[in-house]
Each structure stands twice: as structure tokens, then as C-alpha cells.
Design a protein around this ligand. Structure first.
Ligand SMILES: Nc1ncnc2c1ncn2[C@@H]1O[C@H](COP(=O)(O)OP(=O)(O)OP(=O)(O)O)[C@@H](O)[C@H]1O
Length: 267
């Protein structure tokens, strides 16, 4: 079996503490994962490993069949799409939206002297159109609303036609309407068989779009529960992972997935 992600005993040690602690995680072709957990649980660190931006202190991480530490990460990165706040900060505010997407073809932020083919230009335009922001192609990235920026970032993350797409809190900073729209766009992505393997990091259960198949709950740098989303998404598991009293985690109007023990039979 060739896994898209295969982490075995992955530990990351920083400042005298294990911020990831013995993480085992296997992701297969076609799966759509949500990584959910409270602030500071280690979700972003996990994506840093999965995106080859960080190496484990101990343990083994294989990404798209390549073992971290034994592969030139710059060869693997074009196969991985990433949208995160840290990456967004690197995008120059005076870059046009079209170039924000286009420059992903070279894995850079900020257009300089690279030459792009007509094919690249067409793909960038098509991706902006998929996320409903093609009318913003000529605008400067710094002038966009937060919701528009998120859509542009996801379009950018798909530019290299990646095999694995990692989204770190894509709905952070959005108002309710913006979040609803983004969740809808992610649901479409999840439902499209041509989409890459998806990993969505969030700490809000109500931001989980329909179509996601697997859930990992992280707590204190460890995998608390992981598996098929319908099995793991229970009120008990969520309250234990978040250390909160058991209650529905969904908010009115936003909820897509009530936890299993709270769903009512239909009909
Ligand atoms: N370089 C570092 N040195 C020391 N501690 C670190 C370092 N990087 C991260 N941490 C700590 O590791 C823990 C996990 O951080 P991480 O950003 O992965 O959590 P997270 O689950 O993504 O949190 P959030 O939901 O708040 O974004 C946090 O307590 C953070 O302070």
C-alpha cells in the first residue's frame, strides 16, 4: 500500500516540550480529512510536517511516498498545495490577484522575472473562476476582503494540480456569511472526484463541510481519536478533545454535521 501520508511515531520537540507526541497517521488516496482540536493542540505543526516545511524530531514521516529527511523537499512541494495564514503573510499586498495564483507555478510569492506559459495563465484564470473571484484578477491582493483573500489562496494552492491539498484554518477571520460561502466551496471541492486528497485543519466543528470522510481529533500534541468521520464525530469525543461539557458543537444555521449521538433518524 502506498499512502499519501504515512506518519509513524512522529514527535516534534520545541522549547523542552513535545508539541507533537508520537503521532501515527495514515491517509489514503481519495480521502478527505478534517483535523480538529483546541488551540495549541498541534494542528498547525502537523500540517508543517505534512507540507514538508518541518522535519520530525523523531519518528518517520512519508509524504507522497517520499521519506522526509531522505528526499529533496523542493521536489515534493509542487505536489502539495498549502493554504495557511503564514503563507498568506508572504504574499506582497501590491501583487495582483492573477499573479498571486500564477506565481504558485514556481512555488514563489511575488512575481519577478519568471516566464509563464499561456497554459499557466489560463489555469490561474480558471481557478479564480472556480472560486468565484475571477472578476478580481486585476485587483491588488492587499485590497481584497478577508473572504476574497481566502478564496484566492485556495485557488493558488491548487495551481500546481497537487496530489495533496492542506488547508490550515481557511475560514479563520470570516464572518458568518463568508464562512458559509467558503464551506460551500470546500464541500464542492470535497465532492469532486478529481480533487486531490484534502486535509482541513480547524478548531470549529461547525466549519466542517459535507463530503469530508475522516476526522482526527488532536489534543496536547497527540492523536486523541482518528477514523471515519461518522464514527469519531460524537458529542462525547468532541467534549473530551476540547475539554468542554458535552453539548452540540454546531451553531444555528451553520451546522452541517451534528455529532452522531445527537442526530435524529429521518422519516
Ligand atoms: N517553535 C516553538 N517553540 C516552542 N513552542 C512552540 C513552537 N512552535 C509551536 N509551539 C507550541 O506548540 C503548540 C502547538 O502549536 P500549533 O500551532 O501546532 O497548535 P494549533 O493546534 O495549530 O493551535 P491553534 O488552533 O491555536 O492555531 C502550542 O502550544 C505552541 O505554542
Amino acid at each position: 500500500m502506498s499512502w499519501v501520508l504515512d506518519l509513524q511515531g512522529v514527535t516534534v520537540r520545541r522549547g523542552g516540550a513535545n508539541i507533537l507526541d508520537g503521532v501515527d497517521w495514515q491517509v489514503e488516496e481519495g480521502e478527505r480529512w478534517v483535523v480538529l482540536g483546541p488551540n495549541g493542540a498541534g494542528k498547525t505543526t502537523l500540517l508543517q510536517i505534512a507540507s514538508t516545511r518541518m522535519h520530525p524530531t523523531s519518528g518517520v514521516a512519508e509524504i507522497l511516498g517520499e521519506r522526509l529527511g531522505k528526499v529533496d523537499v523542493f521536489e515534493v512541494r509542487p505536489r502539495i498545495g498549502l493554504a495557511s495564514a503564514a503563507l498568506a503573510e508572504l504574499i506582497p499586498k501590491g501583487e495582483t490577484v492573477r499573479d498571486v495564483v500564477l506565481t504558485a507555478a514556481y512555488g514563489v510569492t511575488g512575481r519577478w522575472r519568471e516566464e509563464y506559459e499561456a497554459f499557466d495563465e489560463d489555469r490561474a484564470t480558471a481557478l479564480l473562476s472556480v472560486f468565484g473571484v475571477e472578476h478580481l484578477a486585476g485587483r491588488y491582493f492587499g485590497t481584497l476582503s478577508e473572504g476574497e483573500r481566502k478564496r484566492v489562496q485556495i485557488a493558488r494552492s491548487l495551481m500546481t494540480d497537487p496530489e495533496l491539498l492542506l488547508l490550515d484554518e481557511p475560514a479563520a477571520g470570516l464572518d458568518l456569511g463568508g464562512r458559509e460561502e467558503l464551506v460551500g466551496a470546500l464541500a464542492e471541492l470535497a465532492g469532486d472526484k478529481a480533487s486531490p486528497v484534502l486535509v482541513l485543519v480547524t478548531h470549529h466543528p461547525e466549519e466542517i463541510p459535507p463530503g469530508f470522510t475522516h476526522l482526527m481529533l488532536v489534543r496536547d500534541g497527540r492523536v486523541f481519536r482518528a477514523g471515519a468521520i461518522d464514527e469519531i464525530m460524537t458529542a462525547e469525543n468532541l467534549s473530551e478533545a476540547f475539554g468542554t461539557p458535552s453539548r452540540s458543537p454546531t451553531t444555528p444555521g451553520a451546522g452541517r454535521r451534528a455529532p452522531r449521538s445527537e442526530r435524529r433518524p429521518v422519516g
